[in-house]
Ligand binder design. Structure first.
Ligand SMILES: [Zn+2]
Length: 254
């Protein structure tokens, strides 16, 4: 009886302890990998980059705003409400002016403070919905899920929108997340979300594990972007901007 109780206690300890220990190890590794990545990030300082195209810096990430005939169109949102308000104010912009937010994906530093924009319609790829509706994990091994705090409208690959004169073309680029969406804005600017990382102005893949849900699909997505025509600027959220031709000059899908 006592021996049996001792055995079942041991089994219980193993059944609980091993998964918990593994989760702690993977979570620690994930945190470490993210910290290492951030050393390579070089977001732009808050500024008007082109006439009517603005970026604000929030720690290691940028959010972008494009002037339209009826307010602003945001490409991602950054992550801290106070910082967003303060940095926008430096450019005489107000969150209330934002009429539409186009999310590249649902990770917190890109979609973190949607409530700051009370007058905006929020758009996100339909393929990203499973990442935020609880039906799948963003990073299964540490049971991490994403969350979107406001109602949103979904977008399809190839969909074209016109928000008060700002043209948006949707290019589905899965891999970093299931429904990562890139956007061609006014035919010349490519917003690639976290699908596009830059080093010295060239596209590179920063991480092949944890941070990307499917690296093979991401490589194909990057190749798809490299074949777009008429684009002049690659615009990123962590790495500033680059000339499109130069950024993809050496790109080879492995
Ligand atoms: Zn991300």
């Amino acid at each position: 009886m006592t021996a049996n109780t001792g055995k079942s206690k041991k089994r219980l300890l193993i059944a609980i302890g091993v998964p918990v220990a593994l989760a702690i190890v993977f979570y620690g590794t994930y945190k470490y990998v993210r910290t290492q990545h951030r050393k390579h990030y070089h977001p732009l300082a808050t500024q008007e980059v082109f006439p009517g195209v603005y970026t604000i810096r929030d720690d290691y990430v940028n959010a972008w705003f494009v002037r339209s005939d009826c307010g602003l169109v945001a490409m991602d949102t950054a992550m801290h409400a106070d910082t967003i308000r303060r940095e926008m104010a430096k450019l005489n912009l107000r969150p209330e002016e934002v009429k539409a937010v186009f999310l590249s994906h649902s990770d917190a530093e890109h979609a973190g403070e949607l409530k700051v924009f009370p007058n905006a319609t929020v758009y996100m790829a339909r393929a990203e919905v499973p990442v935020v509706d609880g039906s799948t994990y963003r990073i299964p091994i540490i049971l991490m899920k994403n969350h979107i705090s406001v109602p949103y409208t979904t977008l399809e690959d190839g969909q074209e929108m016109n928000v008060c004169g700002v043209k948006i073309r949707c290019v589905l680029t899965p891999g970093h997340t299931l429904g990562s969406m890139s956007y061609v804005v006014n035919d010349t600017m490519l917003f690639g979300g976290d699908t596009l990382n830059l080093r010295n102005g060239k596209v590179e893949v920063l991480d092949r594990g944890f941070v990307n849900m499917d690296v093979d699909r991401m490589m194909k997505s990057i190749t798809r972007l490299s074949r777009l025509t008429g684009i002049r600027h690659v615009i990123t959220l962590h790495f500033g901007i680059a000339d499109f031709q130069k950024a993809f000059a050496n790109w080879r899908e492995e």
